[in-house]
Design a binder for this molecule. Structure first.
Ligand code: PHE
Length: 340
């Protein structure tokens, strides 16, 4: 009898089907009222005493094997059934998620688009820079105190190599290789050795502009900036506050009159109505000399702004970290206007 039981176990283990009626036949054959298991159990009483234990164990194994198999066959056929149920060709398709542009990209593209209309083209450069392009050529010689204005990440083994702290380095590279007139925008990532907080980040984006030609004046700069703030924010009132940058002389901070219409206006302008949006100035003659452009023939202006800061104003989102956490729930709220 043991052998017979073992054969049935083998049969059960090698049996497979996904068909519902074959599954039912399996059940009847082994587990039905007149099935094999009942038949074997009824013969059990005739098994001689000493063999009872062994045969009983084998019978239980057979019973478990049959039940387990039946369960797994039923799962299979149920899944099969469900698949059939879902083949409903009248159902709408699964929606495809639309991606959206990152808010920093949207704002960058808007800024580029505004300056493109007045003849600026794009220029890019490496994020890992050397001291010359990031500092020295920009009128920041070694030990110049203004180097401390921009906390720098240096490559430990070679202090001549660093992560650029601004995209002014791109302007140096461009001027070294091109003759004026020059009218470029350089957007890109920049790095500063600062603790991450709601207001600052060790990496952020800048966009800087440079215009070099004969007879470029401070009035040209002011006019260009006013055009820019009008186009971007719809605000045309600006003021230029005297400031200091080593690479520009004179230098200024640009404030835009934001207004004091809403509570948020009060908050973001600290009750003054004015917002600082960028730095600018006339390119220092020393910088022109450093890149082989004659400062007696040419002059120019430069300006630079942080893209996240502009995004903060446009979207009223004050925590810079949100722009870098890349939480889709945050990112998908920004819609680029057509073409940006
Ligand atoms: N490079 C300056 C900065 O990162 C910004 C700037 C650019 C200022 C051009 C003046 C002119 O702070």
């Amino acid at each position: 009898m043991i052998e017979e039981i073992q054969q049935y176990i083998n049969e059960i283990e090698s049996f497979h089907t996904t068909d519902v009626s074959e599954t039912e036949s399996f059940r009847i054959k082994f587990l039905g009222k007149k099935g094999i298991l009942n038949e074997l159990f009824s013969r059990f009483k005739d098994v001689p005493g000493p063999e009872k234990k062994e045969v009983g164990l084998a019978l239980n194994l057979l019973k478990n094997a049959a039940n387990n198999k039946l369960n797994s066959l039923r799962e299979n056929t149920a899944a099969q059934d469900q698949k059939q149920e879902f083949t409903d060709f009248t159902q709408p398709g699964n929606p495809i998620e639309n991606g959206s542009r990152h808010p920093v990209s949207i704002v960058r593209n808007r800024i580029i688009e505004i300056f493109k209309r007045i003849g600026f083209t794009l220029s890019s450069g490496p994020e890992i820079e050397d001291d010359w392009h990031n500092f020295t050529a920009l009128n920041l010689p070694e030990y110049h105190p203004a180097r401390d204005m921009q906390d720098t990440f240096f490559i430990e083994k070679d202090p001549d190599i660093l992560l650029r702290t601004h995209t002014s380095s791109v302007q140096i590279r461009y001027m070294e290789n091109q003759k004026p007139p020059i009218r470029i925008l350089s957007p890109g990532r920049v790095y500063r050795n600062e603790a991450v907080s709601a207001r600052s980040h060790a990496m952020f984006h800048q966009i800087e502009g440079l215009y070099i030609d004969k007879d470029v004046s401070f009035a040209d700069l002011k006019q260009t900036l006013q055009y820019f703030t009008t186009e971007l924010f719809g605000k045309s009132q600006i003021r230029l506050r005297p400031s200091y940058f080593p690479f520009t002389e004179p230098s200024a901070e640009v404030d835009v009159y934001w207004g004091l219409e809403t509570e948020t206006d009060y908050k973001i302008t600290k009750g003054t109505g004015w917002l600082e949006i960028m730095g600018c100035g006339m390119v220092d003659p020393n910088v022109l000399q450093n890149v082989g452009i004659d400062p007696d023939t040419y002059s120019g202006y430069a300006f630079g702004m942080g893209i996240e800061r502009i995004a903060l104003l446009l979207y009223q989102i004050g925590d810079i970290r949100l722009y870098f956490e890349n939480d889709v729930r945050f990112l998908e709220q920004f819609q680029a206007e057509f073409g940006w």
